[in-house]
Design a protein around this ligand. Structure first.
Ligand SMILES: *Cc1c(COP(=O)(O)O)cnc(C)c1O
Length: 429
């Protein structure tokens, strides 16, 4: 698989290098030179396969010449060795596709665990690797657990202090061993900028074997394509031509993966790009002005991102496929409407959480008569226990994944958003 840097099309790398580098020169994102396409006959066969076999098939369309199918199958099986996504009926024509049954209770487990397998698989010489990543909540946990106790891998996770839920924090800041966590006195965008600066520092990058695990890493995006096929395979045949999928967006990795699934040949009619008040993309789609504002804190904190990294990939994909951005549906939902929506869902018999609720809201507003809608359940409601319980006035039970960590002490360090401080940490700890 060849990929080019979106900021410098002359920089071309193979899949392994793209996985190792994360970002290219000038912090450009990598994008596939070739966009594979599956024809209708292949598609109907692929849809009949079990999740692991199908996912291997899809991934091998991209990386067949670097990792054999046999090896890939093993990697996929190890990476996705947890309860598969579940489709839950909410109304007659709207279902939730729950992606949060992995070890850290969010869809990020798919990308992070597949990436961990890829890093192991390409690190044949057992060199030491430092994974540096920024998280707005759920990436950190997924990455930490995916690499926990892995030999030769040190993981450093930055997160905005006080801006992720207490339970989210407990899930990954209590592990220790090869997992180091740093709370940053700033926003997620500050964390992301620190990571970018570290990658710009060539010497540092080489001396500590720096690798990113953000949703910018191509291996994570590819892994996420797989569950869109699973979703499609679970939809009744007569609804498949009119499927609309609402995606709660932060850094827009999940939506990028969905669009890549469509570009492969999965006939999804339309996507809705859903945000909270950090609505850079919805405003852009409305008036054509890219005008990020200061990030605001909301109850859907994993989406508190005003400069979504993956957006350039989405633009590139639309250009390459000659799709029109006007066909991408969008919307943003305020905290107060999100709360109302959580109550509405509860009355429909479903306990949700703020991120999915945003997607449900826009889906139920925008779905046309003959369409069938899926919204992605990106995290388990228990991760946002306090918020959700206050809103629905009911108790939520903690699943074991959280119960086991709740009383453990936090092991995080704390620094200001100052690159010198981070660099010192990277060298010394
Ligand atoms: C990460 C995350 C999102 C946003 O996903 P992106 O791929 O960054 O757009 C939405 N909801 C939850 C619960 C998340 O953890």
């Amino acid at each position: 698989m060849k990929l080019y840097n979106l900021k410098n099309h002359n920089e071309k790398v193979n899949f392994s290098t793209a996985v190792k580098l994360g970002l290219g020169q000038k912090q450009g994102l990598f994008f596939p030179v070739e966009l594979p396409v599956i024809n209708n006959i292949q598609l109907s066969e692929i849809l009949k396969m079990d999740f692991i076999t199908r996912s291997t098939e899809i991934l091998s369309r991209f990386i067949y010449n670097e990792i054999s199918k046999e090896e890939l199958y093993k990697n996929v099986k190890t990476a996705f060795s947890f309860k598969q996504p579940v489709k839950v009926k909410i109304t007659n024509n709207i279902h939730c596709f729950e992606l949060f049954h992995g070890p850290t209770l969010a869809f990020k487990d798919f990308g992070a665990r597949f990436m961990a397998q890829m890093i192991l698989s390409i690190n044949k010489n057992n060199e030491s690797v430092t994974i540096l990543t920024a998280t707005s909540g759920d990436t950190g946990a997924a990455v930490a657990h995916a690499f926990y106790k892995m030999k030769n891998v040190r993981v450093i996770i930055l997160y905005p202090k006080g801006k992720i839920s207490e339970l989210q924090e407990k899930l990954f800041c209590t592990l220790g061993k090869n997992i180091k966590t740093i709370s940053i006195n700033g926003s997620f965008d500050d964390c992301q900028n620190l990571v970018k600066e570290a990658f710009n520092d060539k010497k540092l990058k080489e001396s500590i074997g720096l690798n990113s695990a953000n949703s910018i890493n191509i291996s994570r995006l590819l892994a996420q394509i797989c569950y869109y096929f699973e979703a499609f395979s679970l939809i009744p045949k007569e609804k498949r031509n009119n499927l609309v999928i609402a995606v709660p967006c932060g850094n827009f990795g999940n939506l990028t993966a969905g669009l890549l699934a469509k570009s492969l040949g999965l006939p999804i009619k339309s996507f809705i790009a859903c945000t909270n008040d950090n609505d850079t993309v919805p405003r852009f789609l409305k008036d054509g002005q890219w005008n990020p504002k200061k990030t605001v804190s909301t109850i859907s904190n994993a989406m508190d991102i005003s400069q979504p990294n993956n957006w350039t990939r989405i633009e590139e994909l639309f250009n390459r496929k000659k799709w029109n951005l006007k066909e991408l549906r969008f919307g943003s939902v305020s905290d107060s409407v999100t709360k109302e929506t959580l109550k509405e869902l509860f009355q429909l018999g479903y306990v949700s959480e703020p991120h999915a609720a945003i997607a449900f809201r826009l889906l139920r507003n925008q779905l046309k008569k003959d369409e069938f809608g899926l919204f992605l359940g990106t995290a388990h409601p228990a991760k946002f226990k306090n918020t959700v319980e206050t809103i629905i006035k009911n108790k939520i039970l903690l699943p074991n994944e959280l119960n086991n960590r709740i009383n453990l002490p936090l092991l995080s360090y704390n620094i200001n958003p100052d690159f010198k401080k981070l660099k010192q940490f990277l060298i010394e700890k």
